[in-house]
Design a protein around this ligand. Structure first.
Ligand SMILES: Nc1nc2c(ncn2[C@@H]2O[C@H](COP(=O)(O)OP(=O)(O)OP(=O)(O)O)[C@@H](O)[C@H]2O)c(=O)[nH]1
Ligand SMILES: [Mg+2]
Length: 268
């Protein structure tokens, strides 16, 4: 979560949009704990918990449905609090939505950058009964996608993010293998200016040595002015998925602040 302004739990005043400036499918044997929880056979050693096995009280998405594919916020049917997934094309946005939902092909993924060209909405029901709407956005910034198309995507994304009353969090995805992403950092500044709360997640954590993950997350925390280091996730291996879902739920449904202790009435 971004450091000041920390406005993610507060309702945002209504604002007018102010625009600024295929698939390598998940591995055949998913180790994604969410997929595993839905009945996939996971090899196990007797007496040891199955890898990725999660208990009944671990938060997960029990049902996920495609809702609509739109070009702007006004076209969206009413739904639960929204979390939007943004980042460079090919960073793994659609794959992460699939991993969170425990589905292999709910959102379309592709090796070809620029696959997602509209705003795709998915409604997810959580195991605690709450609803989340996951918003899969086109990627911004990629050498293989034309500048004109990228400008069009950027405008569509910005209008949507400030135009949606239900938007609770923008999740900025960063490929754990890549260096500083100035486009995304600039985008985060724009989110701050427009009072849209955001968080960052490092994707494709399976592609870097485990002992480098801490340093990557520490760098991202500084670059994006976050209050806590981002989670590192792997949609392919399921790492960090349950933790991310918990963060998203807690942001969309913040706990009400504890009431201040009332002072004792004066005796007499
Ligand atoms: N190794 C690895 N590859 C991943 C992971 N997540 C996604 N990928 C791969 O990265 C590529 C792009 O994934 P997508 O989910 O389509 O990326 P996207 O950000 O939605 O891309 P656009 O829709 O073009 O913006 C695909 O080949 C995925 O299989 C991951 O956790 N680990
Ligand atoms: Mg996509």
């Amino acid at each position: 979560m971004a450091a000041p302004p920390t406005n993610r739990s507060q309702p945002r005043p209504s604002r007018k949009p102010q625009p600024a400036a295929g698939a390598a499918k998940p591995s055949a044997k998913p180790t994604n704990p969410v997929i595993a929880a839905k009945g996939t056979q996971v090899p196990t050693t007797p007496g040891k918990p199955a890898p990725g096995k999660i208990g009944p009280r671990v938060l997960r998405i029990t049902q996920a449905d495609f809702v609509a594919s739109v070009l702007k916020a006004g076209e969206v049917p009413d739904g639960g609090p929204e979390v939007a997934f943004v980042g460079r094309s090919n960073v793994g946005k659609s794959s992460l939505i699939n991993a969170l939902c425990g589905r292999e092909a709910l959102a379309r993924t592709s090796r070809t950058p620029g696959r997602t060209q509209r705003i795709n909405l998915f409604d997810a029901k959580l195991s605690d009964g709450k609803q989340l709407r996951l918003v899969d956005l086109p990627g911004f910034g990629h050498a293989e996608v034309s500048k004109a198309m990228m400008a069009q995507f950027a405008e569509m994304i910005q209008y949507y993010l400030v135009g949606s009353e239900a938007m609770r969090l923008v999740l900025i995805l960063q490929d754990a293998r890549r260096d500083r992403d100035d486009d995304a950092i600039g985008f985060a500044r724009w989110l701050i200016e427009n009072r849209v709360p955001y968080d960052v997640v490092a994707t494709k954590a399976d592609e870097i040595p485990k002992n480098r993950i801490g340093a990557v997350c520490a760098r991202l925390k500084t670059e994006f002015r976050l209050e806590q280091p981002p989670l590192a996730v792997s949609s392919r291996e399921g790492t960090g998925i349950v933790e991310l879902l918990t963060r998203l739920r807690n942001t969309a449904y913040p706990r009400p602040p504890k009431p201040a202790k009332s002072s004792k009435p004066a005796a007499g």
